[in-house]
Design a protein around this ligand. Structure first.
Ligand code: PEP
Ligand code: MG
Length: 416
């Protein structure tokens, strides 16, 4: 079988950042028959045992996302390829010449990754506590049903961010309420007592599907996205809320709203929730009074985080969007890659402000953006008093390792 080696050079979507290291060497093997595309190539990203596919035809559809093919860099005179690992991880790779030297290097790296992974796996059942005994919960972010097993395997406290858009993307029309309900019910039952936070559909901007008919926008990132789109399309929103409330009877679910910028949006949401719940009661459909949370993803939400905290049970910092809106830089613009600094003091200060505002209202504050998985910041977040971190399953163990090395005994923590 023909082997191809590629190295990661960047990301099409931002989401792979915490999992896939730039410079990693990946081996891909051409598979004669596969379900995705006759030209697709099977790749393994060893530390994750993930399988990806090189997208080399315009219509390749993998895990519900379509992607273009090879990219030719006119300046460097080189071909680049896009490797699709999950719905959100489109990784740009450069093909490396398959020489004896490269093969050897790959084996060395593979062995090192294996050893590191074996070490990490020992932490699978260890608690998430700091050296001085402070408990911090680590939750998982998932964007499809396949990730459910790894949430439990790595011992996450629950699901801190279910990116529910996966049921809306890569299809021809809106999902029906019952289809949504069955998926949420399955998740609720699989997770049992463990909490699952379902973020309501965060569509628009980079999450597009043709049937949504979202008119072209000059600035889609600043456009009709997230909660704005849901409040514009109330039928779609109510169907999702009904599905979530119906599924709540089968486990421990919570609701979370993306891209909130004002209390008026919360007024509208609360009215819709009352209507949905009343409808279920009239029909005698069982549901639980589930907890609700707001994602803090915009500077506006940061500035009114105390008011927002009063309206819900918890806050969750969406640092991916918060960073891009604070820095006024599109998180997916490759030209800004070297300028995009999500450790910027403005971003970190905002996180601290939100933790303080949430705690002042006696509410828990989590981080669910990719920064939560950045182990260089784990200690800083814990010092700020962050109550929980929600990361992609592959990052649960590295974050647990980092957290267990932190000693906060000398710190005065602003705790919930
Ligand atoms: C975020 O913005 O940090 C977030 C978690 O949401 P998403 O990345 O899905 O926009
Ligand atoms: Mg976001």
């Amino acid at each position: 079988m023909k082997e191809i080696f590629v190295t990661i050079t960047g990301f099409k979507h931002y989401y792979g950042k915490s999992v896939f290291a730039v410079g990693s060497l990946i081996k891909c093997v051409k598979e004669p028959d596969n379900a995705y595309d006759s030209e697709a190539i099977r790749c393994e990203y060893f530390p994750l045992k993930k399988v990806g596919y090189i997208a080399n035809s315009v219509n390749t559809v993998a895990n519900g996302t379509s992607s273009g093919g090879r990219i030719y860099d006119n300046v460097k005179k080189k071909f680049y390829v896009r490797v699709i690992f999950t719905t959100y991880s489109h990784i740009i790779c450069k093909i490396v010449e398959n020489t004896e030297e490269v093969r050897k290097e790959y084996e060395i790296r593979r062995q090192a990754d294996k050893e590191e992974r074996e070490e990490l796996l020992k932490l699978r059942r260890e608690p998430d506590i700091t050296k001085d005994g402070r408990k911090i919960e680590i939750y998982a972010n998932i964007g499809n049903m396949d990730d459910l097993n790894s949430v439990l395997y790595y011992g996450a406290a629950g699901i801190g961010l279910l990116r529910s858009e996966f049921q809306y993307l890569g299809r021809e029309n809106y999902p029906r309420e019952n289809e949504l309900f069955l998926a949420y019910k399955k998740i609720a039952e699989t997770m049992g007592e463990k909490l699952t936070v379902i973020r309501t559909a965060d569509l628009g901007a980079d999450k597009q599907a043709e049937y949504l008919n979202i008119p072209d926008e000059t600035n889609p990132i600043m456009g009709n996205r997230g909660i704005r789109l849901c409040l514009d399309r109330k039928r779609m929103f109510k169907a999702q809320l009904r599905a979530i409330f119906r599924a709540s009877a089968y486990g421990n679910l919570a609701l979370m709203y993306p891209m909130i910028t004002s209390e008026e949006e919360m007024d509208e949401i609360e009215a819709i929730i009352r209507e949905v719940v009343q409808g279920l009661e009239e029909k005698g459909i069982p549901y639980k009074n589930i907890r609700t949370g707001i994602m803090i993803e915009t500077p506006a939400a940061v500035m009114i985080s105390r008011e927002l905290a009063r309206r819900v049970d918890f806050l969750s910092l969406g640092t991916n969007d918060l960073s891009q809106y604070t820095l006024a830089m599109d998180r997916q613009n490759p030209l800004l890659r070297n300028k995009y600094n999500d450790h910027h003091p403005a971003v970190l200060r905002m996180i601290k402000m939100v933790v303080e505002a949430g705690h002042a209202e006696n509410k828990r504050v989590c981080i669910c953006g990719e920064l939560a998985a950045d182990t260089a910041l784990t200690e800083e977040f814990l010092k700020m008093g962050v109550d929980c971190l929600s990361v992609v399953p592959a990052c649960i163990l590295p974050v647990r390792k980092a957290l267990r090395q932190v000693d906060l005994s000398q710190e005065k923590i602003n705790e919930k």
